[in-house]
Design a protein around this ligand. Structure first.
Ligand code: MN
Length: 232
């Protein structure tokens, strides 16, 4: 059977001036039955338009902070920003919406999607929204660090009210986009998973299933995305 082709947005290493990839993103997709490809880092509209039409789904990976200009704010406390990725992923996401292409976002992915759909972000959770919840745990990254309460689509998919997730992020959803529905909330009230109603599959999580591929919940997330990408 033909495997769905998934375009994966590249990670950027500014010290090495190089794109790179964590194997977990690719392996998670392969295990779920997809054939993933790393996209070039580019803001060439024609190229990205064609990519959106050739691929069966797009994975928006983790990475640098989103430029706050995406949600109309000044930079107060962001870490490194990768402007090319911001521009590239804005074009890709808009194309994906036009084509109703399945999109799955992880970490930066949920932040980017929320920002592009007129939500806003905490620029630095430890200083702007402090709590006892550890959102930026260090390695090993596959370890669960906090719980999330599930609702809607994700509660149905995973069949649980609450799950433990790993957490490796210093930004997060502040104002939820009016176009997104929350599917998971951390104990300090941060939205950690979203779904866009009325679309085949536009969903994103704040945690990192790519570091927990042996875990049933991570498998189900990749599988739900890949299964939807199989249906043309
Ligand atoms: Mn978290």
């Amino acid at each position: 059977m033909r495997k769905p082709l998934i375009g994966v947005t590249p990670l950027w290493d500014s010290k090495m001036s190089s794109i790179w990839m964590l194997p977990g993103y690719m392996d998670g997709l392969v295990r779920a039955g997809a054939l993933p490809f790393i996209l070039p880092l580019t803001k060439d509209k024609g190229l990205l338009r064609q990519a959106a039409s050739e691929f069966d789904g797009l994975l928006f990976t983790g990475g640098q902070d989103c430029d706050p200009s995406l949600y109309g704010e000044e930079n107060r406390s962001c870490h490194e920003i990768c402007h090319i990725r911001d521009e590239m992923e804005k074009i890709l996401f808009e194309e994906a919406l036009k084509l109703d292409l399945p999109v799955f976002g992880i970490c930066r992915g949920i932040q980017l999607i929320n920002a592009l759909l007129l939500g806003s972000l905490w620029q630095d959770i430890p200083t702007e929204c402090p709590s006892g919840v550890s959102h930026s745990a260090g390695p090993p990254y596959g370890q669960p660090t906090h719980s999330v309460k599930l609702s809607g689509w994700l509660k149905d998919l995973l069949g649980q009210e609450e799950i433990s997730v790993n957490s490796y992020h210093h930004q997060g959803v502040k104002k939820l986009s009016p176009k997104l529905t929350s599917c998971a909330v951390s104990p300090d009230g941060i939205v950690e998973a979203v779904r866009m109603p009325g679309r085949r599959f536009v969903a994103a999580v704040q945690w990192h299933p790519e570091f927990m591929l042996e875990e049933e919940n991570s498998k189900k997330l990749f599988e739900a995305f890949v299964e939807e990408s199989m249906r043309k």
